[in-house]
Design a protein around this ligand. Structure first.
Ligand SMILES: C[S@@+](CC[C@H](N)C(=O)[O-])C[C@H]1O[C@@H](n2cnc3c(N)ncnc32)[C@H](O)[C@@H]1O
Length: 237
């Protein structure tokens, strides 16, 4: 399994997803039409289980396979799944990455939220080769991407803001081009209380840049944009 980059900012993952929720709404509405008897729903890079929770609510009765290679993220995922009777009975957790995961025979939907940019072109090509033959007719592949199609400089911008108890958590994001198609993204988290700064945490991650149209070309599927970041891939006509 390829090493995933564990950022010290992993602790704040769920703070970010609370701030940015429109991709979740798009996922919910696409999945509302899925027939769970057509096969399992595969969530690749399931993270802390935000998407697993949405899948479970949107498609009652669906069998869900959640793939998450990172120990910290998977620990939160397992915590979430085991604490809920419904999730515990339906969600299978795989400690693999997209390159090595076992794929269920037939899939009624695939969720690739925030993960495709972790794979380079060749890794994505191998993923499509393994995944596409398993899709049930008309099964949606729902993706969430960073809205950055080419490496570029991103000036510092506010990224998340949340109050937890007596502390305020504020994140700033900035980016710079890396090698080839890579973006290097740096976040700075400042946690402050009444007395001033409590702590500051820096995180770094990398993302291979491409757009929804590139994914349509790679897969041969038809692409539809759902939000600035979310998109739907599906076999056309
Ligand atoms: C931005 S998070 C998205 C989590 C979740 N899908 C969501 O939208 O809330 C990306 C996740 O992909 C995982 N990841 C990184 N590289 C991966 C790979 N090669 N295969 C599968 N998952 C990977 C990370 O560990 C992380 O949990």
């Amino acid at each position: 399994m390829k090493d995933t980059l564990i950022s010290p900012a992993v602790e704040f993952y769920d703070v970010v997803t609370r701030t940015h929720s429109e991709g979740g709404d798009a996922l919910r509405s696409v999945l509302a039409e899925v027939d769970p008897s057509a096969g399992a729903i595969l969530d690749v890079g399931a993270g802390t289980g935000r998407t697993v929770q949405i899948i479970a609510e949107a498609v009652p009765g669906a069998r869900i396979v959640a793939v998450e290679p990172d120990l910290v993220m998977r620990t939160v995922l397992t915590h979430r799944v085991v604490a809920d009777d419904d999730l515990r009975s339906r969600v299978t957790i795989l400690a693999d990455d997209a390159q090595g995961m076992a794929i269920p025979e037939t899939l009624s939907a695939v969720v690739l939220y925030g993960v495709l940019g972790m794979l380079d072109r060749d890794e994505r090509a191998r993923l499509w080769d393994r995944l596409l033959p398993r899709l049930a007719p008309g099964a949606p592949v729902v993706v969430e991407l960073l809205p950055i199609e080419k490496p570029q400089t991103l000036p510092p911008m506010p990224y998340a803001k949340e109050r937890i108890g007596e502390h305020l958590y504020e994140a700033t994001l900035r980016g710079e081009p890396g090698e080839d198609d890579l973006m290097v993204l740096n976040t700075t988290w400042r946690i402050t209380g009444e007395e001033g700064e409590v702590r500051t945490v820096h995180g770094t991650s990398q993302w291979h840049t491409f757009g929804l149209d590139d994914l349509a070309r790679e897969t041969g599927l038809t692409a539809e944009r759902l939000t600035l970041q979310a998109g739907l891939l599906r076999a056309g006509g």
